[in-house]
Design a protein around this ligand. Structure first.
Ligand code: MTE
Ligand code: MO
Length: 406
């Protein structure tokens, strides 16, 4: 039997490039067994991440950025947070990768190779903000279980791919379609093949938006493995859990998609406010759709020092899910008074927007700069943690940095 069936040439080549040398008997490596040199490798170099990122979990890999690392208008890979629910697929053969569209609401299922997707449909590039629904969870009290994200589970990369709507129209969808759900190649942590790590989706109206992509490139290169190589669904402005990595199948559903992490209290918040710590029945929980208005001061780093009389340049990004940010303010007196500052238009819908300001301080001392964005509906960020919810989602409190004037 051909031992190469155990492990693909592409994987061997990827491993060789990670080692910086040939994996001499690599073809003999049983499938699923990682060379020690890879398991021992720290995830920062393995995924080409900046060493200062925060590693929250190794099984599965979860890491986030610090606010000042997110200063670029288009987030480069070293600062892009990683959120995995299962095991990163190991043995990807890009030449054999296919995408199948099926489900109750397609006329007939259809399968495309990657090459077919690329040649048959027009490609588009958009900058799209992806934020984990649990970003900011660490601030909730009583605390919520799950990764204790601070502020860095958000990024805005440039995605290139085909429109999901073009593919769905090519397949032909029935008028009773209400939702799409993705199915991906990552294994459940238990390695039980009957279980999926995650299988979420979006209503058909979001699936049909121009910016909803099946992306094969991120920032002008192949999507990095850890972010969904070779094909990723990207639905900007919604909890990033809706943007399936390693997508192999999209089911067009005649009901709300019921895949892994669509049920229970996953990615849901109470439909109406509850008291902190209160138990909420499943039927009183609503699926998160657009992410709320939020902003981040990415320069300077918290703890900046400045001599008296000098002005401090601050800058950062603001975003508001499906909406646009129309007003940006900052405060140096713990939110008692606010100054407006310019906010730039997004380069395209669903991309984060940039602000900057020259801040003056009245006298030497300790200050905090707080930033507050308001969206086109007039909704602003809360100064402190917003309404408590059982899973600690949607914390869009004002971001704060400390500044000392000497
Ligand atoms: N197949 C698959 N897609 C996935 C996930 C996953 O574990 N598996 N995690 C989701 C969640 S919860 C988030 S927040 C984003 C994280 O995307 P990133 O790793 O590119 O930052 O991917 C989403 N898509
Ligand atoms: Mo997430």
């Amino acid at each position: 039997m051909d031992r190469r069936k155990f492990i693909s040439k592409t994987t061997l080549a990827a491993m060789a490039s990670a080692f910086g040398t040939d994996l001499v008997f690599g073809a003999n490596l049983p499938k699923g067994l990682l060379p020690l040199g890879l398991t021992d490798q720290d995830p920062f170099s393995l995924f080409k991440k900046d060493k200062d990122m925060i590693l929250l979990n190794e099984k599965p890999y979860n890491m986030e950025a610090l606010a000042h690392q997110l200063d670029d208008e288009v987030t480069p890979n070293p600062y892009i947070f990683v959120r995995n629910n299962g095991l990163v697929p190991q043995d990807i053969d890009v030449n054999k990768w296919t995408l199948t569209i099926d489900g109750e609401s397609v006329s007939a299922p259809k399968t495309y190779t990657l090459a077919e997707l690329k040649s048959k449909f027009k490609s588009y590039t958009y900058q799209l903000t992806l934020e984990c629904g649990g970003n900011g969870r660490a601030e909730f009290d009583p605390p919520a279980q799950g990764n204790q994200w601070a502020v860095g589970a958000v990024y805005c990369a440039k995605w290139t791919g085909v429109r999901l709507k073009d593919v769905l129209n090519d397949v032909g969808i029935k008028s009773n379609a209400v939702y799409i759900g993705y199915h991906a190649a990552d294994e459940h942590l238990s390695r039980d093949p009957a279980k999926e790590a995650i299988s979420r989706g979006v209503p058909i109206s979001k699936a049909m938006q121009e910016e909803t992509l099946l992306a094969f490139q991120m920032n002008g290169e192949d999507v990095p493995l850890i972010h969904g190589y070779p094909l990723r669904l990207v639905a900007g402005g919604w909890p990033a859990s809706a943007s399936g990595k390693w997508v192999q199948k999209i089911s067009v559903r005649d009901r709300v998609h019921d895949g892994e992490k669509m049920g229970g209290d996953s990615y849901k918040v109470p439909c109406s406010p509850v008291a902190p710590g209160q138990k909420v029945q499943e039927e009183d929980m609503c699926i998160i759709e657009s992410m709320p208005v939020k902003s981040l001061i990415t320069y300077p780093k918290s703890g900046a020092m400045l001599s008296n009389g000098k002005k401090l340049t601050i800058r950062g990004h603001a975003w508001a899910g499906e909406y646009e940010v129309t007003k940006m303010e900052y405060s140096i007196d713990f939110g008692s008074t606010w100054n407006t500052c310019p906010i730039r238009k997004p380069v395209n819908r669903l991309a984060w927007q940039h602000f900057s300001a020259e801040v003056s301080f009245p006298q030497p001392g300790y200050y905090e700069v707080w930033a507050r964005a308001t969206d086109s509906r007039g909704v602003s960020q809360p100064m402190l943690v917003p309404g408590w919810n059982p899973k600690g989602y949607l914390n869009n409190a004002c971001h704060r940095i400390a500044v000392k004037i000497t």
